[in-house]
Design a binder for this molecule. Structure first.
Ligand SMILES: [Zn+2]
Ligand SMILES: [Zn+2]
Length: 177
């Protein structure tokens, strides 16, 4: 016969006071916010990058749902930088399609509308990616590390795109090596 666990002991307080509450459950484990949640995923996506010069991940989100992801990698089916070396031009590796572009491309391949979406990206967009993001109708950019191109500040303001740096303290826990 199955034995049942004993009922927790009742408070022994005899003055009718309620037993001491241990506080809300959320106190012992702070629940992660949405920006941290999606940025952490972007860092995880970045680990798939195939160019060791910089591992970048991007996640497209609308209404707290992931629409598409992308990391910087070679043209579909072609050699990876990690296998055949970089393709350098003016000190930059141009072999890869950038994470933001690949996220937008993934949405296009799947027929997913990304207008009014937010993009989470582990490094701020280069100017070319910024232009893609802007014309795709993405209205919010959250980036972790600032990367290179300061024109994005001026142009995002002109376009009415919200551009914010994420607090990466938690998100960077699983940053790409
Ligand atoms: Zn490369
Ligand atoms: Zn880019």
């Amino acid at each position: 016969m199955a034995s049942f666990p004993e009922k927790p002991e009742k408070s022994t307080a005899s003055d009718g006071a309620l037993p001491q509450q241990s506080g809300p459950v959320s106190k012992s484990r702070e629940r992660v916010g949405w920006d941290d949640y999606f940025m952490t995923i972007a860092f995880q996506v970045a680990t798939r990058s195939t160019c060791s010069r910089k591992h970048v991940g991007a996640v497209l989100v609308r209404d707290k749902m992931i629409l598409a992801t992308g990391y910087n990698g070679s043209l579909r089916g072609l050699d990876h930088c990690d296998d055949v070396g970089h393709l350098l031009e003016d000190g930059h590796c141009v072999r890869t399609v950038h994470a933001e572009a690949n996220a937008i491309v993934q949405a296009a391949r799947n027929g997913v509308r990304i207008e009014d979406a937010c993009i989470y990206v582990t490094a701020s967009p280069c100017f070319n990616c910024f232009k893609l993001i802007a014309n795709a109708g993405i209205t919010r950019i959250v980036y972790a590390e600032f990367y290179r191109d300061e024109r994005i500040f001026e142009f995002s303001q002109a376009m009415g795109i919200e551009l914010v740096q994420a607090n990466v303290q938690r998100a960077s826990v699983i940053e790409a090596p």
